[in-house]
Structures are given as C-alpha cells and as structure tokens.
Design a protein around this ligand. Structure first.
Ligand SMILES: Cc1cc2nc3c(=O)[nH]c(=O)nc-3n(C[C@H](O)[C@H](O)[C@H](O)COP(=O)(O)O)c2cc1C
Ligand code: SF4
Ligand code: SF4
Length: 284
C-alpha cells in the first residue's frame, strides 16, 4: 500500500455512544499519524458512504475500520448488512472492532471478520472493547460502569499505530480469522443460536403510555434505523433492532418496559461466561 493514496474509513453504529467513543479514539490516532480518513455513523444522518464505494470501485488502497456493539452475542444487523453489501475489495485492509457490555463479546468479531474476508479485505487487526451495558442505564451501578476507560482506549490507539506502521512498511502480515474465534468451544453453539431477532421475542415488550406520550417525535427522530412511525402514537417497525434508545431518550418516560427480567438475564450471562480479558486487541 503506497503512502500517498491511502485513505481510511471508520464506519460504525453506536446507539448508546460507546462504540462511537472508540471510533473517536481511532480518529484521534489517525490524525496524530497524519493519515486522512472519513468517519460515518450509520445510525445518524448524514452518513455519506459514497467515498468508500468510489474507493473500492477504483481499487484505491483503503483501510476500513468497522465497529459494532455486541447484541445477543452478535454484531448488529446494520453492520453485517453494511459489510455484506460492500463491493468486492482489492488491496484493502480492514480492522473490525466491537464494544460489549460485560456479558459476552460472543461471536461478533469472528462474524465481522468472516464477512470482511468474504468481501475481499485483508484483516489488519481487530479489537473488542469492554463498555458499560447499554440496557442498564437506569441502574446506579451497571455492568461495565466506567468502561471503556483510558486504558481500554489506549490499547485501541496503540493498535491503530501498529496497523498503520505495518501497512506503511509494506508488510504482508495479516491477522488470521482463527484468532477471532476465541470463545471456549462449549459456549459457541448457544451463542450461535441467539440472534437479535430471537432477542426481540425474549425481551419484555415496550408499551407506549398514551397518557404520557406528547407525540413529540423525539423517539422517531433518534431511532438509528428509522424504525418508528407516529400513528399517532409511536409504532415500532420490523427493522427495530432493540437498541432501547427510544425508551432511554423519551423526555416523558412514556415508553414503559419492565427491565427487571432483563437485568437478571444479563447478570446470569456475566457469571455464566466470565469472559476475560475484558478489552483485547488482536494483531497479526
Ligand atoms: C439488545 C441488546 C443486546 C445486548 N447484548 C449484549 C451481549 O450479548 N453481550 C454483552 O456483553 N453486551 C450486550 N449488550 C450491551 C452492548 O453490547 C454494549 O453496551 C455496547 O457497548 C453498546 O454500544 P453503544 O454504546 O455503541 O450502543 C447488549 C445491548 C443491547 C441493547
Ligand atoms: S419521545 Fe416519548 S413523548 Fe415523544 S413521541 Fe416518543 S414516546 Fe411519545
Ligand atoms: S425503535 Fe427504539 S429500540 Fe427499536 S431501533 Fe429504534 S430506537 Fe432502537
């Protein structure tokens, strides 16, 4: 990869903001290294992916950082769909990264890595970063409180430096996909059986309280996948991937949901998996 033409893209989704904080760290490091980049949050408009598509179509040397929160042991559908719809890449490197809420990072990195390889990318590195659990915002002491912390983010920063150094040196070293298959074999089948679609059927329903809802539209405007329609009360559309932003952000607390069974399930998963290390970066 020649120095002159290289451009990086950082593409992610981050309903509760921690994946975005990792993306920002990547941006800061790339800036410090004098690297050009474009960042795109798929959950916020405008998010212009045309530069990435043009670069891939023109076989321009490209480094793609792609980030997802872990939902139900998986990368979220928006990110997997984004990767799977990319044009076939040549001369391009990718660094998948995930944030996870202390229950399990699941098979998310492995599946993102496989999808990226399927689109022709070479894996230059990867990262899983511990974060506060985004379903526990109402609790005073959520799982993963205070994460990602400075140490977590510094690991990401060092990874970015090493990736750029390797690429600049013309190294052909690449991260083996097998390194991202790090979960104990006995846990993998149950992780694979879960999915965001399945979690939707397990999570307690959200009910809009007509007495509280002012029809302000704030939930609709802040849904990262445009999955709310006001009819006149908010309706949740099939694309909803249960990020709970609407519940969390409603100024009237008008979307009611019983979170107690959710907390119990998360805590039992934390002790069941006891995943360690919490934050880890993967290099070739
Ligand atoms: C529906 C849903 C499912 C989740 N599933 C998991 C999980 O399987 N394992 C885990 O450790 N954290 C899980 N989390 C927590 C998120 O992975 C974690 O908080 C992540 O950092 C959120 O990223 P964001 O802040 O960019 O939205 C889940 C969160 C939601 C909303
Ligand atoms: S943000 Fe709350 S009050 Fe506003 S439309 Fe949505 S549910 Fe109703
Ligand atoms: S409808 Fe609510 S829970 Fe579903 S994706 Fe949109 S903001 Fe998230």
């Amino acid at each position: 990869m020649s120095d002159k033409r290289r451009h990086s893209f950082i593409v992610y989704i981050s309903p509760a903001g921690t994946t975005e904080s990792v993306a920002r760290k990547i941006e800061t490091r790339l800036t410090a290294l004098g690297e050009s980049f474009t960042a795109c949050n798929l959950g916020k408009k405008p998010c212009d992916q045309s530069g990435l598509y043009l670069a891939l179509a023109a076989d321009t040397e490209t480094l793609l950082f792609v980030g997802s929160p872990v939902y139900s042991s998986h990368a979220v559908p928006t990110i997997i769909n984004f990767i799977d719809q990319l044009p076939k890449a040549k001369n391009c490197w990718a660094v998948p990264f995930v944030t996870w809420g202390g229950a399990t990072s699941g098979v998310a990195l492995h599946e993102m890595g496989k999808s990226l390889l399927g689109r022709g990318f070479t894996l230059a590195g990867a990262a899983k970063v511990m974060a506060v659990h985004s379903l526990m915002w109402q609790l005073p002491d959520p799982v993963g409180a205070g994460r990602p912390n400075e140490d977590d983010l510094n690991l990401v920063s060092l990874l970015v430096s090493d990736v750029i150094k390797n690429i600049k040196s013309g190294s052909t070293l690449q991260l083996s996909i097998d390194r991202l298959n790090y979960q104990p074999a006995e846990h993998v089948p149950e992780m694979l059986r879960l999915s965001v679609a399945k979690a939707k059927t397990i999570l307690p329903p959200r009910v809009v309280d007509p007495e509280r809802c002012t029809l302000c539209g704030y939930c609709r405007d802040n849904c990262p996948v445009s999955a709310i329609e006001l009819n006149p009360l908010p309706d949740f559309l099939p694309d909803c991937f249960i990020c709970f932003n609407c519940v969390r952000l409603c100024p009237e607390n008008a979307i009611l949901v019983d979170m107690k069974p959710v907390y119990e399930r998360i805590l039992s998963r934390v002790s069941h998996y006891a995943e360690s290390p919490a934050t880890e970066v993967f290099r070739p």
